[in-house]
Ligand binder design. Sequence first.
Ligand SMILES: Cc1cc2nc3c(=O)[nH]c(=O)nc-3n(C[C@H](O)[C@H](O)[C@H](O)COP(=O)(O)O)c2cc1C
Length: 89
Amino acid sequence: MVKTLIVYESRQGYTHKCAKEIESLLDGSVVLVKAKDANKEALEQYDLIIIGSAVYAGGIPSSIKRFSKRNMQKLLQRPFSFIHVWYGH
Ligand SMILES: Cc1cc2nc3c(=O)[nH]c(=O)nc-3n(C[C@H](O)[C@H](O)[C@H](O)COP(=O)(O)O)c2cc1C
């Protein structure tokens, strides 16, 4: 069974809505976690990691940057996808 982790940050709810939609489309087990809580997750157990973030003031939130930098090697060792939400949603 494929295990997917979706890590996201959402201030107004649109990215969370996208994450929930993706969750509903995926087979296997899917865990949704806010970026600020994602460091508690053992990434090794996931086959696929999806990161979802919006753009705020021309950049991505620090929680997403921190998670991505801290886990760069693990992210590069498995399929991962970055979902970007911005004006126009
Ligand atoms: C304070 C603020 C700043 C934003 N800055 C940008 C921006 O620089 N570029 C952009 O394309 N969208 C910008 N947006 C739009 C958001 O990226 C967009 O509304 C997104 O869907 C919000 O996602 P969320 O609901 O998950 O927080 C901004 C929104 C807010 C509230």
